[in-house]
Design a protein around this ligand. Structure first.
Ligand code: APR
Length: 186
């Protein structure tokens, strides 16, 4: 699904976050120590190579809702933005902490003058955040931040499977203004 929020292009796709070679930065669903883990963090560290863990070490630990930026090393991007999402049912208030991840990621991208980024559905794997609630927070935060963005022109949500893709698309069709001439609300 492709749509626009003002001058920001929003895209929602199914895919692998390590294969988004046309964007400046990718988001990592990190752990507090910014160490290689399972899921997204494991895939990103494997693809980026051991230099990534070395670059992360002095920046750790981070708290839920925070984000830090490193080079992307062997990934086909310039930067990785590492976000620590809330553990669902443990870190409160979950929605604010999750929103804070995306807000910080977008602001870091802006601070580095980046034009594009690809995001994963932070916290929806090991951290147990229900996908539909996470989609509302993630898309709602991009919608809120979009008017402030000066350099970021493309935000892509890159989702691991068809179920997550369908959910994000459905929530986007509810939250986001339909492009003129479109019938996406019908
Ligand atoms: N590309 C895109 N999305 C992916 C990929 C991938 N290569 N791999 C997994 N996902 C999806 C998952 O299906 C899930 O919906 O990303 C979402 C986030 O999953 P996790 O990686 O489990 O992230 P999170 O829930 O934030 O948990 C973070 O997991 O691996 C550990 O070290 C990590 O402790 C940290 C925790």
């Amino acid at each position: 699904m492709e749509t626009a929020i003002g001058r920001v292009h929003l895209s929602i796709v199914q895919g692998d976050i390590t294969k988004q070679g046309d964007v400046d930065a990718v988001i990592n669903a990190a752990n507090a120590q910014l160490a290689p883990g399972g899921g997204v963090a494991g895939a990103i560290h494997r693809a980026a190579g051991p230099e990534l863990a070395r670059a992360c070490r002095p920046l750790a630990p981070i708290a839920p809702g925070e984000a830090v930026l490193t080079p992307a090393f062997r990934l086909p991007n310039r930067f990785v933005i590492h976000c620590l999402g809330p553990v669902y049912g443990v870190d409160h208030p979950e929605a604010e902490l999750l929103a804070s991840c995306y807000r910080h990621a977008l602001r870091l991208a802006e601070a580095h003058g980046l034009g594009s980024m690809a995001c994963v559905a932070i916290s929806t794997g090991v951290f147990g955040y229900p996908m539909e609630e996470a989609a509302r927070v993630a898309l709602g935060t991009v919608l809120e931040e979009a008017p402030r963005l000066r350099t970021v022109r493309l935000v892509r949500f890159c989702l691991a499977d068809d179920g997550a893709l369908a959910l994000f698309e459905r929530i986007a069709s509810i939250l986001l203004p339909a492009p003129s001439g479109s019938s996406q609300h019908s």
